[in-house]
Design a protein around this ligand. Structure first.
Ligand code: SF4
Ligand code: SF4
Length: 295
């Protein structure tokens, strides 16, 4: 049951501590906030007062929030109080615009006009990376619909390893909470640890899918264009460039990260090998020049 009724919330939290046999938890989660109005009520009333009190007393060490709605996740990231967001990320949900109705994410069919990662989601990931708000991923398999070509909106099946790699290559994502029903499901997720680059590769699968939905030229940070003979981590440079270009001034942390790379955009020899390998037709050489100028 989901409730914001304080007597019930307090009783449930105390019950949680008691069941876990602890007097503190590292991350206190405000769960399932999909409506902007509810987020505002939580952050301006007795609910957040209670959470702040728990943090002040050391009963919770950090404050987190879970949501399926990128608009609410953005509000949380900008709040200055939410330090971690549990957010639903997979290649299908990433196409969808913000909504307060979770059922729309599990619709039987998606609008065929959808193209590429929704800008609200890209913005969210960049804001979280910039503000150092960590994202832990839920619904990484879209409830299993991505494992079957008949239910995948791309008309092609993905593997658990490919879905995990997709989530882990979004900016700000620190971890994925993989769901499972059976021991086999656990093994399929743990296989990520020893998976080869080919097994992780979601890019060529999505780009060849019958219902290909990604915009041409949009970098998904998949890494499919590697190896670069100049040693450039092209996916990382593209990610840092995208993070930097959303600000009027390049954030110091982004520039510092860029300058720590063993090779960067200035090392590009314009061989264009990466461009021939990129399934999303990203103009890498042009982006390397832009990144070199900006960073
Ligand atoms: S340039 Fe293309 S292949 Fe390389 S990381 Fe971006 S989308 Fe993937
Ligand atoms: S064009 Fe530049 S970034 Fe791409 S593989 Fe060649 S050297 Fe590397």
């Amino acid at each position: 049951m989901r409730t914001r009724c304080m007597p019930l919330v307090k009783a449930a939290f105390e019950d949680l501590l008691s069941r876990l046999g602890t007097d503190y938890i590292d991350l206190g989660m405000i769960h399932f906030v999909d409506e902007a109005a509810e987020f505002e009520r939580i952050m301006s009333g007795e609910y957040i007062d209670y959470v702040r009190g728990l943090k002040k007393d050391g009963v919770i060490r950090h404050i987190g929030l879970s949501t399926h709605n990128p608009a609410v996740a953005k509000m949380a990231a900008l709040s200055g109080e939410i330090e971690m967001i549990l957010f639903s990320i997979n290649p299908a949900f990433d196409l969808l615009p913000p909504t307060e109705d979770i059922n729309q994410y599990f619709a039987d069919e998606y609008d065929e006009a959808l193209g590429g990662i929704a800008p609200e989601r890209e913005e969210l990931y960049r804001i979280c990376e910039h503000l150092e708000v960590g994202i832990t991923v839920m619904k990484g398999y879209a409830g299993g619909r991505l494992f079957d070509a008949r239910t995948s909106p791309f008309g092609v099946a993905l593997t658990p390893v490919q879905c995990l790699h997709y989530a882990l290559t979004r900016p700000a994502v620190a971890s994925v909470m993989a769901g499972y029903d059976t021991p086999e499901h656990v093994l399929m997720a743990v296989a990520y640890e020893n998976a080869s680059a080919e097994e992780k590769d979601y890019a060529s699968v999505l780009a060849r899918a019958p219902h290909h939905a990604y915009s041409s030229g949009q970098c998904t940070y998949c890494g499919h264009c590697a190896p670069c003979p100049a040693g450039i981590d092209i996916a990382m440079v593209n990610k840092l460039y995208d993070l930097a270009s959303m600000h009027r001034e390049v954030p110091a942390a982004v520039r510092a990260h860029y300058r720590q790379l063993s090779a960067n955009a200035a090392d590009c020899t314009e061989c264009r090998g990466c461009e021939s390998r990129c399934p999303f037709h990203v103009p890498v050489v042009e982006r390397m020049k832009l990144a070199d100028n900006l960073l």
